[in-house]
Design a protein around this ligand. Structure first.
Ligand code: IPE
Ligand code: IPE
Ligand code: MG
Length: 258
């Protein structure tokens, strides 16, 4: 009888939702972040927009540190879009300067944390001095085996897809591929960083509810998290909140509820 009762108890326990389950935070393997809201952050303080970008870059340092500690394997950040050239020459110049400064000043920190740095975007169209920083950061960090920080710079998803289509068309035209062989895998294989898995979680702060041409293909099944906090103020606590929400999501990928 005792055995039956204890067997029954363990059966019930298994059916009961585990009360500690909510406290378990799943960490996304790949987190993508649209670093938006720098301009409004500066405006709220009557500062020039470039002060907002500087504060945003400082916050990226904090985010990298927090994500590396949390166990994120890939962190992709949207730093400059193919459409951001439409801003004033002064603002674009300050963003380029900040890019150079960021990698020169913070590479020792990234090295300490074992962070490998990679870039995605229409890189060949960037000014030479930016390309040099990109090549140097990629080269010096190649051997690091901690988190991969992917910086999307002069990045636009439509441009990336057009680039992939062009490469595939070339393979077909030169006889390396038949048109009926082109499938989803072919396209994925021609993205800027084909070895990087799709993002599990995509965060957009600053109260905007759009992707703004970021990872349109890769985010097909990403979980989305929007926040009203402006990027320079987006804290580790906000990140934990996003992770907590992500942990409760039921990712079905088109399948049925399990
Ligand atoms: C994001 O902040 C940085 C870049 C797009 C380069 P914004 O500069 O877009 O800031 P808001 O959206 O004007 O506040
Ligand atoms: C997206 O922000 C690009 C980056 C954060 C680098 P934007 O500020 O350019 O996007 P929109 O114009 O509000 O859609
Ligand atoms: Mg913006």
């Amino acid at each position: 009888m005792g055995r039956i009762r204890s067997g029954l108890r363990s059966l019930l326990r298994r059916k009961d939702p585990d009360p500690s389950r909510d406290a378990v935070t799943r960490i996304p393997v790949h987190l993508a972040v649209i670093m938006d809201g720098n301009g409004r952050w500066a405006k709220q303080r009557s500062l020039p927009r470039k002060a907002g970008h500087r504060a945003g870059a400082e916050n990226l340092r904090r985010l990298v540190d927090a994500c590396a500690r949390a166990g994120v394997r890939y962190l992709t950040v949207f730093a400059f879009s193919t459409e951001n050239w439409n801003r004033s020459a002064d603002e674009v110049a300050s963003l380029m300067d900040l890019f150079v400064e960021f990698f020169e000043r913070f590479d020792p920190e990234l090295a300490d944390a074992g962070v490998r740095v990679r870039f995605c975007g229409d890189l060949d169209a960037l000014p030479q001095r930016i390309l040099e920083v990109i090549r140097t950061s990629e080269r010096t960090s190649r051997g690091r085996n901690g988190m991969q920080l992917v910086v999307a710079f002069n990045y636009g998803s439509r441009r990336e897809l057009a680039h992939a289509a062009r490469e595939i068309a070339r393979d077909v035209a030169e006889g390396r591929l038949r048109p009926d062989e082109v499938d989803e895998g072919t396209l994925s294989g021609h993205l800027y960083l084909p070895d990087v898995p799709d993002p599990d979680l995509l965060i957009r702060p600053s109260g905007e509810y759009r992707l703004s041409n970021f990872l349109l293909w890769q985010a097909a099944y990403s979980e989305l998290w929007f926040s009203d906090v402006l990027w320079p103020d987006f804290s580790e606590r906000d990140l934990q909140e996003a992770f907590a929400s992500y942990s409760k999501r039921n990712r079905r990928f088109g399948g049925a509820e399990s």
